[in-house]
Design a protein around this ligand. Structure first.
Ligand SMILES: [Zn+2]
Length: 99
């Protein structure tokens, strides 16, 4: 049995399967439902908010992935997408205005 990605409890029960046929699990301690393969797991808004708070800190991606309970691969993809979507409003002017 896998353990809970949320609270790391081992008190996990089988809980049906998702449409792709993958086994679904539910945590008896925190009620979290998840499938075994973390790559297909939906990352919650809470986790994304936590990551957004951690990113500006001097923490490695591996560290953030560990704290947030996501895979490094997922985190890397998330960060790439995030920084691509930030509009570049603060463009440096080519010429400085006259004093
Ligand atoms: Zn749990």
């Amino acid at each position: 049995m896998p353990f809970c990605p949320n609270c790391h409890s081992e008190r996990v029960i089988k809980n049906g399967s998702i449409h792709t046929g993958k086994q679904k699990y539910a945590c008896k301690d925190c009620g979290r439902q998840f499938v075994e393969n973390p790559q297909f797991r939906v990352i919650s808004d809470e986790t994304r908010a936590l990551i957004d708070r951690l990113l500006p800190e001097q923490i490695s991606l591996a560290g953030i992935a560990r704290v947030a309970g996501v895979s490094e691969t997922w985190l890397q993809t998330y960060v790439n997408k995030k920084y691509r979507s930030i509009p570049r409003k603060l463009r440096i002017r080519a010429r400085k205005s006259a004093r």
